[in-house]
Design a protein around this ligand. Structure first.
Ligand code: GLP
Length: 240
């Protein structure tokens, strides 16, 4: 694993942007695997700004997102599909039909997982952007998720519900379930870029880099990926 320690969140976002832009420039039809959460916001702001000022085009780019809350759709400002439109897609010339995210409103969730898996098989990510949960989860793969997992429905860990409650009016509003790409789907990416900032991520980052490869810390599976880059700020790297 390649590790880049940066001085600040801004520098972390700049470095991530450099890596993602290189992929887009090298292959204008690349598949980008994208993440939600507060961590990649600086990256997405830079991609939007670069498109606006520098004209980098996303017309041939396709995207797949990691996860979505069950029960939330484009009409909810807490859904991940809404987040992606608001923070990234609406600022680019990407074609809406080329952006993919599991449907949290699907009437048959098992069928939706199967559909998303079939789609992922045809869309290997040229780069997969990831954040990390404070408990070491990636996407919504909570501790204990098998490394061989594919897209599935997950019951969110109590700690994840608490962490994510800050983005909802009340903790009771946080959905208890989500659809998530599995660890196998993430490991299938040609390249992985994992970002972390802030002291609250230090323990998980330490486990990711130095800990045992264990399903108890899902992100540790990335130690087995042939091309994974971790970009962290100093606070998140403080236990390394
Ligand atoms: C959520 C998402 C993850 C994300 C994590 C960290 O649970 N499903 O994909 O990496 O939270 O979020 P944040 O970047 O806001 O710290």
């Amino acid at each position: 694993m390649k590790i880049v320690i940066t001085k600040s969140y801004e520098e972390m976002s700049e470095e991530a942007f450099r890596l993602v832009k290189a992929v887009v420039k090298e292959n204008p039809e690349a598949v980008l695997g994208l993440a939600t959460g507060t961590t990649p916001l600086g990256l997405y702001a830079r991609m939007a700004e670069d498109h606006r000022r520098g004209g980098t085009s996303y017309r041939g780019i396709r995207t797949v997102n990691l996860d979505e809350y069950v029960g939330l759709g484009p009409g909810s400002d807490q859904s991940y599909v809404y987040f992606m439109r608001k923070n990234l897609f609406s600022h680019l010339d990407i074609l809406p039909e080329n952006t993919h995210i599991a449907n949290g409103l699907a009437p048959d969730l098992a069928e939706e997982c199967a559909r998303y898996n079939r789609l992922l098989e045809t869309m290997q990510q040229d780069i997969q952007v990831l954040g990390i949960g404070s408990n070491g989860h990636i996407a919504f793969n909570e501790p204990g998720t098998p490394f061989g997992s594919e897209t599935h429905v997950v019951a969110l860990a109590e700690s994840t519900i608490r962490d994510n409650a800050r983005l909802f009016a009340r903790e009771e509003d946080v959905p208890r379930k989500a659809l998530t790409m599995g660890l196998k789907n993430i490991m299938h990416a040609r390249r992985v870029l994992i970002l972390a900032n802030g002291a609250g991520k230090a323990k998980a980052v330490c486990g990711l880099v130095r800990g045992a490869v264990t399903e108890q810390l899902p992100a540790s599976v990335l130690q087995l990926h042939p091309d994974c880059t971790l970009v962290v700020d100093e606070a998140a790297a403080s236990l390394l």
